[in-house]
Design a protein. Structure first.
Length: 568
């Protein structure tokens, strides 16, 4: 008997209104007493944001109804599976905040039972051994408008099928030479019922069963029976399995299964500016277009974790998009907004200048250093306290915060313009110095108003507020500016083109000259901060070293000036 109670951490998402209606009906009618769901990944790749939706749905439903959710690896294809993926999947599910407790299973655990049930179908004349090749089976299957043609081996006797099927298991035949097929209906309008393959010969070592088997069940054959063995009440799948449901139910009807699960389909998650096909993601990794499955630009859970996304934000995103029956594409901006809202409540504010431009305050003493009090949370200073930021004659400001000939609505530094330095003085630009060879501006000359901080200080007339760091006291840090991996909303269009042609060449920009507050040198792996006016950042847990943190940009802030500039 399977163990029962499963503990899941708080909080969890509550998507799935349509599915909840079905579950409510099953509970009210007495058809179901305890809700049992499952998350059934194939261990042939890393999980992505689409899987996160399924995880939140299945574990969330089980928790909300006081039931349980199983984690079951559908490991029926050993040639494409790896223990690396199993470990990564378990790590991702736990990171999202869910725990399967004792309910960890593998389809491979049921291989013997699945074999015995297949033998029952053979004995009942409902399955047969077929010698057609994969291409021939495909050719015989027919089309949506034309019925299939029976295999010439469909009329084999029960005795011959039993003998051949046993010899397949014993390893007497070459790989791919024979398969076991269900005998259903070659004229069915549903192609999945046209004698589907149940077993194929493959001499591949399985990560769990070793070399014990040389025949392996197909997903369609193993999935429903695994659900039944585990007592799954609601088998929740994405819409591409809707046409497979009659086959799922046909198998259950023919067998003495211990329970009768109900399959329910929902629309999968499609997200703009990315791809979520395992094949495409594998192609990106193997082709060196990204730096691995955990590349922060990837839509994988591992990539999002390394970029600095929080599980709370991902769960919030999954709850917001809900569960529907119709396919649609969710805008990446919604996910980014969930990240911003979550981090806005937890990330301390600090200052970092990404592209430094020297600013010299001419009327500030060269040997003078002040410590400016700056709160970590400007909207709630008592919450997390403050830090001391050194201020002196020479500072760094953002190169983008100065223009010699500014357009309207540019409220940053310009000749003769005044701005406030964040948490500090008002400064006025009095001149610039340029490189004699290139004409590039290399230094701003300014004056400051000593009375512009403290009680009763003037706010400044037309200028804005810009961030800064001390040129003498700031520390060099590496900043990685991550952007969307693709430059178009739908890179996987079915137009025959190569999706990789739409890769965004600026999806990663590495800034090696950035300067940050002195305290940033002590940032440790896994910390999240907001660089004021720039975005939310995460100390990379892989490449950061003590005293040398690497900051990944998680998501940018909304930039009102960028919007104004884009509008012309």
């Amino acid at each position: 008997m399977l163990p029962r109670a499963t503990t899941m951490t708080e909080p969890t998402s509550r998507p799935g209104g349509l599915i909840r209606t079905i579950i409510d009906g099953d509970l009210a009618s007495g058809k179901v007493r305890e809700v049992v769901t499952r998350f059934p990944p194939e261990p042939n790749g890393y999980l992505h944001i689409g899987h996160a939706k399924s995880i939140c749905l299945n574990f969330g439903l089980a928790r909300d109804y006081g039931g349980r959710c199983h984690l079951r690896f559908d490991d029926t294809n050993p040639g494409r599976e790896d223990v690396e993926y199993i470990d990564a999947i378990e790590r991702d599910v736990r990171w999202l905040g869910f725990d399967w407790g004792p309910h960890l299973y593998h389809a491979a655990d049921y291989f013997e039972q699945l074999w015995q049930w297949a033998l029952l179908l053979v004995e009942a004349g409902k399955a047969y051994v077929c010698d057609l090749s994969a291409d021939q089976i495909r050719e015989h299957r027919g089309t949506l408008t034309e019925p299939g043609r029976p295999s010439p081996y469909r009329t084999r006797s029960v005795e011959e099928n039993r003998d051949l099927f046993s010899r397949m298991r014993a390893g007497e035949f070459p790989d791919g030479s024979r398969v076991l097929r269900a005998k259903i209906d070659m004229a069915s309008p549903n192609l999945n019922l046209r004698d589907p393959v149940m077993y194929r010969i493959r001499r591949e070592r399985h990560h769990r069963t070793g070399d014990a088997w040389c025949v392996y069940p197909t997903y369609d054959w193993a999935h429903g029976q695994s659900d039944a063995i585990e007592g799954i009440t609601h088998s929740i799948c994405t819409l591409e399995f809707e046409d497979h449901r009659p086959l799922y139910e046909w198998f259950l009807d023919q067998l003495p299964v211990p329970s009768r699960p109900r399959q329910i389909e929902f629309a999968r998650l499609n997200l703009s500016f990315t791809v979520m096909s395992k094949r495409m993601l594998m192609e990106l990794v193997q082709g060196g277009h990204v730096q691995g499955w955990d590349d922060p630009r990837m839509p994988t859970i591992a990539g999002m974790r390394r970029r600095g996304y929080t599980p709370e934000a991902i769960r919030d995103f999954c709850e917001r998009i809900g569960v529907a029956r119709a396919d649609s594409t969710v805008d990446m901006a919604l996910l980014e907004n969930c990240i911003r809202q979550d981090l806005n409540e937890r990330a301390q504010r600090v200052m970092c200048v990404h592209r430094p431009l020297r600013l010299v305050i001419e009327n500030y003493a060269d040997d003078r250093v002040e410590e400016i009090e700056a709160p970590f949370f400007p909207d709630d200073p008592p919450r997390m306290g403050s830090r001391k930021v050194p201020f002196c004659r020479e500072l760094y400001v953002e190169r983008d915060d100065f223009m010699e000939e500014p357009p309207k609505k540019f409220f940053r530094l310009a000749p003769g313009r005044e701005v406030r330095l964040r948490w500090s003085y008002l400064v006025k630009c009095t001149g610039v110095r340029k490189d004699e060879r290139t004409g590039e501006i290399v230094e701003l000359r300014c004056t400051y108003d000593p009375s512009s901080i403290g009680p009763g200080a003037p706010a400044g007339k037309k200028g804005g507020t810009i961030h800064w760091v001390s040129a003498r006291h700031s520390v060099p840090i590496q900043v990685r500016l991550y952007d969307r991996l693709f430059g178009v909303p739908n890179p996987a269009r079915k137009d025959g083109g190569d999706f990789k042609e739409h890769l965004n060449p600026e999806s990663l920009l590495v800034l090696t000259g950035a300067r940050g507050e002195p305290g940033l040198v002590g940032a440790t792996a896994g910390e999240r901060v907001q660089f004021e006016r720039k975005g939310f950042y995460f100390v990379d847990p892989v490449d950061s070293k003590p005293g040398a943190p690497v900051f990944n940009r998680i998501v940018s802030l909304r930039d009102s000036w960028a919007k104004i500039a884009a509008e012309g």
